[in-house]
Design a protein around this ligand. Structure first.
Ligand SMILES: [Fe+2]
Length: 315
């Protein structure tokens, strides 16, 4: 009974309580008050030059971040015609580097890369390391798409520092096993002889691996055309003494490539950031790809992800 009573009371009461206790609304109608409102804006509405600059800097930063995030998925193709002494016929090679499958590089992006790369109809695919970031758990979703790469002369790879570093520095054998499972041949300090008198040399990562150049070049014969793959271009001062073209990655072209600033900051780690290089008085040449994925943040600025196409022709 008590509950029923309270319910009926609450249905009737609100109207009465509102009428009795509501404070009257005070409307200001004086001209003086109106004028003062118009002439004296609220102090909060005043923006100092510093605040104005900070607000615009914030907007600019947000715009750059949005643009930089979009750039991570804007695939670019670079094409290079390269003369190789010793090569007996033309060959088309596609280099894919630094896929970095991870929380910030999606599986669908890997699939898109593979589709675009296959459309170039290369004779040979060369993969220059950093397949995942942090965890080999990402390898499955990376490799299931790399398995679809098609090239009549094969698919070859080297590992990158992140392949070594994943799983708290124990992941390299896992990545190597995944590559073997899909038929991609890992060249760790060794070479293979391919068609058109081409010798392909793979050198282990200079940073996290155990590079051994004499072992890697052991079987190279003088009359052969030679392409070398390695992840980190830091080895080029040594590799440049070999008469070969080296393909590397690792730098992501700076990833956030702001002219002068990026080279000044990141350039302390390498002077081989992106593109072609030669050393004085040495026969070797180096190409550094900007790679495809990102590390740390899903952001690229002025350094679009790159599929590199090399049309090799006899010198
Ligand atoms: Fe990388």
């Amino acid at each position: 009974m008590l509950r029923t009573y309270q319910l009926s009371a609450s249905l009737d009461a609100p109207f009465k309580f509102t009428m009795i206790h509501r404070k009257p609304t005070v409307l200001t109608t004086s001209e003086e008050a109106l004028d003062s409102e118009l002439l004296a804006p609220e102090p909060a509405e005043r923006i100092s030059r510093r605040d104005f600059a900070l607000r615009n800097l914030g907007l600019l930063t947000a715009a750059v971040l949005v643009q930089g995030n979009e750039e991570t998925s804007h695939l670019s193709l670079t094409r290079h015609i390269v003369r190789i002494p010793g090569l007996s016929g033309p060959l088309r090679v596609v280099q894919l580097s630094d896929l970095h499958r991870s929380w910030c590089v999606s599986e669908s992006f890997i699939a898109q890369i593979v589709a675009q790369a296959n459309a170039l109809r290369p004779d040979l695919f060369l993969l220059t390391g950093d397949f995942v970031t942090r965890s080999s758990g990402y390898a499955d979703s990376c490799m299931r798409h790399l398995a679809d790469l098609r090239a009549p002369m094969g698919r070859y790879a080297v590992l990158g520092n992140h392949d070594y570093w994943c799983d708290h520095n124990t992941g390299a054998p896992v990545i190597a096993a995944h590559l073997a499972d899909i038929g991609i041949v890992l060249l760790t300090n060794r070479s293979v002889r391919l068609g058109h008198n081409l010798r392909l040399v793979g050198v282990d990562d200079g940073h996290a691996g155990n590079p051994n150049l004499p072992l890697a070049f052991e079987r190279v014969e003088q009359e052969e055309g030679v392409i070398t793959i390695t992840h980190n271009p830091m080895l080029f001062p040594l590799l440049s003494h070999y008469p070969c073209v080296t393909l590397a990655g690792h730098t992501h072209g700076g990833q956030v490539n702001i002219p002068l600033i990026t080279d000044a900051i990141v350039g302390g780690n390498t002077r081989f950031m992106r593109g072609w290089y030669r050393e004085p008085n040495a026969p070797g040449r180096l190409y550094v790809s900007r790679g495809l994925g990102t590390v740390h943040v899903p952001l690229r600025i002025n350094s679009a992800p790159e599929i590199a196409l090399f049309d090799l022709i006899p010198a």
